[in-house]
Design a protein around this ligand. Structure first.
Ligand SMILES: [Zn+2]
Length: 132
């Protein structure tokens, strides 16, 4: 019998693997979109940024943030950063724990938003403070 996804608990190995796959898939798509966007919008002007990404692959994220092309792809680059962070948390075994209260985030939430770092309650609190 499957465990309830609406309970706060650690994900099962199967659930972890599913989330990891969807993060990797999303990451690949984002990189492709960023490349396409840069090529379309920037053309020759930002050729060096494109070359950097082609050469460095995953490691280009930091350089992308430092480059002046960021404003065009900022939202996607931020999402990419969150995804990287989520993958790191999976590797370190911390994935699924709320960074604020330390309790497990409901697996149902993680399946919809796999890069969540907070449980819903803490996220709402966090956004309230951010918007002050
Ligand atoms: Zn929390």
């Amino acid at each position: 019998m499957p465990e309830n996804k609406n309970n706060r608990r650690q994900m099962t190995d199967q659930e972890f693997e599913r989330v990891r796959q969807s993060l990797l898939e999303r990451k690949k798509n984002l990189w492709n979109q960023i490349m396409q966007e840069l090529e379309r919008e920037a053309g020759q002007r930002h050729q060096s940024a494109l070359d950097t990404i082609r050469e460095s692959g995953d490691h280009a994220l930091e350089e992308l943030f430092e480059s002046n092309v960021l404003h065009m792809v900022e939202r996607k680059a931020r999402e990419l950063e969150n995804i990287e962070a989520a993958l790191t948390r999976i590797d370190s075994g911390k994935y699924g724990q709320c960074v604020d209260c330390g309790r497990w985030i409901r697996p149902a939430r993680l399946e919809v938003m796999p890069d969540s770092v907070r449980c819903r309650r803490c996220q709402e609190q966090y956004e309230k403070i951010e918007n002050l």
